[in-house]
Design a protein. Sequence first.
Length: 242
Amino acid sequence: MINVKGRWALITGASRGVGYQIALFMAHQGCNLILHSRSLEHTNEVSEEVKKLGVNAYSVAADLFRPDEVRLMLEEIDSLGVEVSLIFNDAGVQVAYRTDYFKTPVEDFTSSFMINTIAPAMISYHFLPKMIEKEFGRIINTTSGIQNEPQQAGYSASKAALDKFTKDLASVVEGTDVVINLTDPGWCRTDLGGPYAPNSVESVIPGIVVGAFVDDQKSGRLFNAQSFHGMSLEDAVKKAQE
């Protein structure tokens, strides 16, 4: 199992929901954090919490819908002078639930793809060469098991595209210590999932982060977070590597 103490992780969407859970868990493992949200003030709370756990933390802001803001964020991260070896592309958007789905507007797709697919791709492309050069890295992209929901076509299509992107990119690093995988938190009670979802947001731990700790040089897998609920990190890693 990988020891992340002293390493640096970038977490998108770290101010709330699943991203918040990832931040707290990784801080408990001694991992330093770069916390992303749309506004710096949104990460004030989580930044204070993780620093109390003895790790370093920086906050960065970008609207992932806007590629120029993503590029500026990446430049800012580079300027910090730290080696980012773990990426959690967790931020996502579900723009609408269209009962009259035959009238789904184009904007549902453009917004969904920019945030759920293109921004994670930009971030992955930026850091992957550095990881390959250093011969270590973990990229975990958050997907969704949503299916048969034409009411959420933009969201589901963008996540399917993220799956394809991740699995194709995984072929480049397969068999190395740069590992790229997918994770699905399941339907959780978050701002995105809504109040009627069957799973608490806390249930994503440790499955949502297990891809950061695997040590078997295998990429392109999907880890369903709910399958690891209630397990210790050590047992979750063993299960993931099976």
